[in-house]
Design a protein around this ligand. Structure first.
Ligand code: PEP
Ligand code: MG
Length: 575
């Protein structure tokens, strides 16, 4: 049977369950004159009571799944739902204007939202605006009788279908119930895809139209290995996919045997396989999958999971937990990478035409030095609890690096003067994700301790193809000879200066790319924890000299990505 839809396979595995749509409901309100105001007031009271019940349930679940701090936002929502001033004004408007509850609610809450949101230098009031916006949507949905999805309250095994999932939606998903997800938009390197891999649930992104086809309760099969989606399949297809899921589980059990090994090619060349994490909670997956370190800790999730700027203490605790959890194995912590598709509710960024080319990552950190210094201090204080490596994201010029390093040195000197212990063995490196830095790697290599190639961005910037846009996702071409040439220059430049080169973009765990990267001399591969064991298994079957010849051939003789793919497929078929 042909699949109903095809998308981009974003996270391995096979799942079969019922659809749960996570789509924005239609909350269009029409103003109607009513005779019976009392009835409207009582409809409003019912909707408020139902909303309070919802929010209490969400709060309870968030408390269990996510922790106290994340659950606090729902207290604010409960306060709005019983705020006498706001509710009083809505009721007044119903009675004095003789209008329906929906339109009175909308008018009054819109007014409060615009007053609070306009207080630009008052983040507290802006947050209240966000609370009222959220809560009023819920009450409106009850008044209009439409469903408002709440991923945190899911209590059955489901597969989520959504246009896209924001990082905070993804953070709310409970693996026990959410078996997979499928989206309309996104690519292999969009953050929802990355989160799916760290949650280790199958995911397919960029199907373009799953939300217009799938309905709540439909049976759906998600094949995260091929990108195939089946809606309401026959019993025969279900049986076929149950068998595939079992075969996949058996393959995983085989890889499991490599959990406690180091990573060598067949002829004894050693590389390091590390994992990418977003929060300290991901460490479990890192340890269970036998990673030899953390090659990328995306600290921006610490900022995104909070309702206010995390304090130095909050950050210190998180970094310490990761360093201790890794027990002396290296941990590369990337300083905050906000911007692009990652926003902070309490740090309003200007709306930009091209956020991926705009005010992002180190550019924000250098422009907001106090915020950056807080992060650096927390990192330096945590450094004595393990093997810390600090990495700056989105470095374009040597001045970016020098500016960031100078702030780090200043904070280090201050802490030492204050008598605080700081490790004297912290490597400081950069991500290579902007082509300018890749091209100038031979200069950067003289000043940094290491490189980590961020191919998710390096490819989008080199190919001029937005990583979030599925229309141009065919240009995400990790094996394009142009990309391989840049990578080679970065690795060779590091080695010439006696430094190491790693990769923490998704390409590092891509099974077609791995033989090429081994051949190019990459020292460290950092990937989703769920890819570590299969990559260790693949590398153990490769021979260094053969891979060197393969990579040289790909760069010197191939003109297109298809030629490189064919070359690798042929080489791998012989191992
Ligand atoms: C990258 O760009 O390859 C990378 C690892 O960073 P992020 O995906 O967080 O932008
Ligand atoms: Mg990046």
């Amino acid at each position: 049977m042909k699949p109903t839809l095809q998308g981009i396979a974003a996270s391995d595995g096979i799942a079969i369950a019922k659809v749960y749509t996570l789509t924005e409901p239609d909350l269009t309100v029409t103003k109607v004159t009513v005779e019976d105001s009392e009835k409207e007031v009582s409809r409003l009271d019912d909707a408020l009571a139902a909303s309070i019940k919802d929010v209490e349930l969400i709060k309870e679940t968030a408390l269990k799944n996510l922790g106290e701090e994340e659950a606090q936002v729902f207290d604010a929502h409960l306060m709005v739902l019983s705020d006498p001033e706001l509710i009083g004004q809505v009721k007044d408007s119903i009675t004095s204007n003789k209008v329906n509850a929906e339109s009175a609610l909308k008018e009054v809450t819109d007014m409060f939202i615009s007053i609070f949101a306009g207080m630009e230098d008052n983040p507290y009031m802006q947050e209240r605006a966000a609370d009222i916006r959220d809560v009023s949507k819920r009450v409106l949905a009850h008044l209009l009788g439409v469903k408002i999805p709440s991923p945190a309250t899911i209590k059955d095994e489901v597969i989520i279908v959504a246009a896209d999932l924001t990082p905070s939606d993804t953070a709310q998903l409970n693996r026990q119930y959410v078996k997979a997800f499928v989206t309309d938009i996104g690519g292999r390197t969009s953050h929802s895809a990355i989160m799916a891999r760290s949650l280790e649930i199958p995911a397919i992104v960029g199907t373009k139209e799953v939300t217009s086809i799938a309905k709540d309760g439909d049976i759906i099969i998600v094949d995260g290995l091929s990108g195939d989606v089946f809606l309401n399949p026959s019993e025969e297809v279900i049986a076929e996919y149950r068998a595939k899921a079992e075969a996949f589980a058996a393959q995983q059990a085989e890889w499991e045997k490599l959990k406690d090994s180091k990573t060598y090619t067949k002829d004894g060349h050693q590389v390091e396989l590390a994992a990418n994490i977003g929060t300290p909670k991901d460490l479990e997956g890192v340890v269970n999958n036998g990673a030899e370190g953390v090659g990328l800790y995306r600290t921006e999730f610490l900022y995104m999971d909070s309702h206010e700027m995390p304090t130095e203490e909050d950050q210190f605790e998180a970094y310490k937990a990761v360093l201790e959890g890794m027990n002396g194995k290296p941990v590369v912590v990337r300083t905050m990478d906000i911007g692009g598709d990652k926003e902070l509710p309490y740090l309003p960024l200007p709306h930009e035409m091209n956020p991926f080319l705009g005010y992002r990552a180190i550019r924000i950190s250098l422009n907001e030095p106090e915020m950056f210094r807080t992060q650096l201090r927390a990192l330096l204080r945590a450094s004595v609890y393990g093997k810390l490596r600090i990495m700056f994201p989105m470095i374009a010029t040597l001045n970016d690096f020098r500016g960031a390093k100078a702030l780090l040195e200043e904070e280090k000197a201050k802490l030492i003067a204050e008598g605080v212990a700081v490790s004297d063995d912290i490597q400081v490196g950069i991500m290579i994700e902007i082509p300018a830095a890749a091209v100038l790697a031979h200069q950067f290599a003289k000043e940094v301790d290491f490189f980590s190639i961020g191919t998710n961005d390096l490819i989008q910037y080199t190919m001029a193809a937005d990583r979030m846009n599925e229309r141009v996702s065919y240009l995400y071409q990790p094996y394009n000879p142009s990309i391989l040439t840049l990578i080679k220059h970065v690795i060779d430049s590091a080695h010439k200066e006696g430094k190491w080169a790693g990769m923490c973009g998704e390409m590092a765990g891509d099974q077609t790319a791995v033989p090429l990267l081994v051949g190019l001399g990459l020292d460290e591969f950092s990937m989703s924890a769920s890819s570590v064991l299969k990559t260790r298994s693949l590398i153990s079957k490769l021979t260094l000299s053969d891979m060197q010849a393969l990579a040289a051939k790909a760069i010197n003789e191939c003109a297109t990505v298809e030629e490189v793919e064919a070359l690798v497929a042929e080489a791998v078929s012989k191992i």
